[in-house]
Design a protein around this ligand. Sequence first.
Ligand code: MN3
Length: 210
Amino acid sequence: MKIKDLTLPTLPYNFSDLEPFISAKIMELHLTKHQNTYLTKLKAGVESMPDLQDTDLEEALQKISSLPQNLQATVRNMGGGFWNHSFFWKILTKPNTSEISNTLKIEIEKNLQSVEAFTEKFTTMSTSLFGSGWVWLIKNKTGGLEVVQTPNQDNPLMDISLVKGTPILGIDLWEHAYYLDYLSDRAQYVNNFFKIINWTQVEKNLSNAS
Ligand code: MN3
């Protein structure tokens, strides 16, 4: 969607629907404060550049290095923040209502040995990420599935990202995503994240990336 037409998304569930694993309070703040700030700052930042306002956000994320110097940080941090959160809301769902499909299981086994090995890798990458950022399951350029980390609000779609590919699944590892519920226990947050993954959406992300 064009940057100028972006609006704060509507969650596909209620704030309280991810409890007890993510509280309504966190969901509300996360959407209405954090994501809203990324959106507001993104729009304000590109106000002086009509061409960029008319650019699709995903397209802009793919050409950050060719944007005017003074807008690169805005698109990277605010545009990335907005995109990442819109993606994140969709891959979550009510606890224990979604199961990994056979198609996805086979794909994961083909690339990452087993679902268990994938879960372990994703968890280790999440707990070992220094500072704020995201861990993703991506479809990489050669068509393989890979677990990768990105700092801050970067994501693997960005031309400036060290790891590139199409996000299939991702977890927000900023403290604002879990601190109210888990304090510094990031490992427990990551563990519970697996109970609220919307596998149908993950599979959709994979087939769209193919
Ligand atoms: Mn966040």
